[in-house]
Design a binder for this molecule. Structure first.
Ligand code: AQP
Length: 334
């Protein structure tokens, strides 16, 4: 039997998962598990590059795992794990730090953004984040890495690290390929359509989290910025009407309708009916996910079983790669 190709992805529990986390990466993941051998993780090591409240981090990590399952990731069919449970990530991350150049790490947009936003905590972890991300990927030698556009630069850096490493030691790593889904690839803040909807930035009004109460969701959408255009019509024009384009992207992704169909649906109606319609579609999308998340979260023993089994399986694969790397670079086997 032909072996399945490997796919890997993770999200930082640095804030509650948002509609952007779902419509960007998470929504695509369950479809992948039939075709690929998938590894999905909670990137808690990455989360601490920004100061986290320990109790909140614990809560979010478990909630995120429950949400992965609620969104359709069957733990029997894929590997779900907590990054810090698989020590090989931190170990390979260190090794790859020694193959990542200061200049290339300095050029990372995310480092520049996060440094500007956390000027009192520009720590080494924030700077070397891409080396750890390269380790996350390379330990499993995946064929594809599904990421949002904003992470593409990090995957490109991982490719440079691989080429540098393989250039010295032979073909140790497979060169990773980013896979960027087309529609809904980037969901923007509802209050600032120039910035992406983030788990931890842009203030509460700019995001909708997966567990938000329906009333809160409706309020967020009713408040969403549209445009200052005099022509108040629902038309897809990301350059001149970025707020409307973002709402249309959300509505299109949730309902499966095309932009042309949406323009026809709200023709001549201004935004008064459009914004609540997007809100309602999102409420209905999230309702079953919220119910399922609550049900799963109530069963702590089940969740523990899932993350333990996931860590065991992931460690097994990761250890094979790490051993090979250690051998190649000249470490003595224990
Ligand atoms: N708004 C978004 N639209 C589409 N995709 C998104 N992603 C994040 N926000 C959106 C994608 O989710 C994956 C995992 O993200 P992450 O949590 O590891 O890192 P991030 O991109 O830094 O996410 P946040 O929400 O902005 O977190 P904070 O606020 O902590 O920095 C990535 O593939 C990302 O593209």
């Amino acid at each position: 039997m032909e072996e399945k190709k490997i796919m890997l992805s993770g999200i930082k529990p640095s804030g509650d998962l948002t509609l952007g986390s779902y419509l960007g990466p998470l929504r695509h993941w369950p479809k992948m598990i039939e075709e690929y051998d998938c590894y999905y993780f909670m990137a808690d090591l990455h989360a601490i590059t920004v100061r986290q409240d320990p109790a909140a981090l614990r809560r979010r990590t478990l909630e995120q795992l429950a949400q992965y399952i609620a969104c359709g990731l069957d733990p029997e069919k894929c590997t779900l794990f907590i990054q810090s449970h698989v020590h090989q990530h931190a170990e390979l991350g260190w090794v790859l730090n020694c193959y990542a150049m200061f200049g290339e790490l300095s050029r990372m947009t995310q480092f520049k953004d996060k440094s500007a936003k956390n000027a009192d905590n520009i720590n080494g972890g924030l700077f070397t984040y891409p080396s750890l991300m390269a380790a996350d990927i390379l330990l499993y030698q995946p064929d594809f890495v599904p990421v949002g556009e904003d992470q593409k630069q990090h995957v490109e850096l991982a490719r440079n690290i691989v080429q540098r490493f393989n250039g010295v030691y032979g073909d140790v790593f497979k060169v990773p390929e980013p896979y960027i889904p087309k529609v809904g690839a980037r969901i923007m803040s509802l209050t600032n359509p120039a910035a992406k909807m983030s788990k931890s930035e842009n203030g509460d009004t700019g995001r909708v989290t997966l567990m938000d109460d329906p009333n809160v969701i409706m309020k967020q959408f009713k408040r969403a910025v549209t445009d200052s255009d005099t022509e108040k019509c629902v038309r897809y024009d990301p350059e001149n009407k970025p707020g409307v384009a973002n709402l249309m992207t959300i509505y299109a992704t949730v309902t499966g309708r095309s932009f042309a169909e949406i323009e026809r649906e709200f023709d001549g109606q201004g935004y008064g009916r459009f914004k609540p319609a997007v809100g309602e579609a999102v409420v209905e999308l999230l309702r079953p996910i919220q119910e399922e998340t609550r049900r799963i979260l109530a069963d702590k023993a089940y969740l523990e079983g899932v993350y333990r089994a996931g860590a065991e399986k992931a460690s097994y694969v990761a250890e094979r790669t790490l051993r090979k790397v250690y051998k190649k670079i000249g470490f003595i086997a224990r």
